[in-house]
Design a binder for this molecule. Structure first.
Ligand code: ZN
Ligand code: ZN
Length: 238
């Protein structure tokens, strides 16, 4: 399984950066997770976007879906129809555009669902965020990759990540900035979940350009040494 980090910031990009967008290639399939600002150009450098197997959205905040809008122009130009999956969210204007666009086939997902794309199986888990949000656990080729999307602490987080080869987690906050009511985990909480779930490797993502990444990494590594910071363009073999 191959993971390419197309955008690792949130809720806005760093200079030259991009917000949440991750491409996974496995078993001959190519799945795109979230599609934030900068994602379309970055994905096009990897493959023609209309050749994706599917695009899976964790939720409909703009930092995860901004580049869906120009993507529809690309799909229309290619006379393609792309399979897209994401949670229901009646308040999202971008979701409404996608639901109405003939170049997109949008399917609702909910926690408990399992989606199969050839030899790639994706389980959907509940996240805890101010809008309807899910987490995705991807299994293929005997490997497991878990992506939290945006979430704070949530029941089932450790079960979700159990035994993963790679946990890609929303570690936006430092210990000092985090509290129970915020929309994101802290790097330290991601590390605690990684440790408890016996994951092999933790990658902290959704990096806020105004929060010191070195502090996030230090706070996480104190608990779970096999932690890395997401870097745009980085490719992992899982
Ligand atoms: Zn976000
Ligand atoms: Zn969000």
């Amino acid at each position: 399984m191959r993971l390419t980090l197309l955008g690792v910031n949130g809720p806005f990009p760093a200079a030259g950066g991009g917000t949440s967008a991750y491409c996974i290639e496995a078993a001959g399939e190519r799945l795109q997770f979230d599609f934030g600002s900068g994602a379309l150009g970055a994905l096009t450098a990897l493959c023609p976007p209309e050749q994706l197997t599917a695009l899976l959205m964790t939720h409909w905040h703009f930092d995860h879906c901004a580049d869906l809008l120009p993507l529809t122009y690309r799909l229309q130009a290619a006379a393609a129809c792309l399979s897209m999956f994401g949670p229901e969210d009646a308040a999202s204007p971008v979701r409404a555009v996608m639901a109405a666009d003939p170049s997109v086939a949008l399917t609702v997902v909910a926690p408990g669902d399992c989606l199969s794309f050839g030899g790639v199986h994706v389980w959907v888990y509940q996240a805890r965020h101010p809008v309807p949000s899910v987490m995705y656990r991807v299994e293929a080729e005997g490997r497991t990759l878990c992506y939290t999307g945006d979430t704070n602490t949530v029941d089932g987080l450790v079960t979700f990540a159990q035994g993963a080869d790679l946990l890609l987690a929303d570690g936006l906050f430092t210990r000092a900035l985090w509290d129970e009511k915020k929309p994101h985990l802290s790097a330290a909480l991601c590390a605690e979940a990684a440790k408890e779930a016996h994951v092999r490797r933790l990658v902290l993502t959704h990096l806020n350009p105004m929060i010191d990444p070195a502090l996030l990494l230090a706070e996480a590594r104190e608990i779970f040494p096999d932690t890395e910071l997401a870097v745009k363009g980085q490719v992992y073999t899982v």
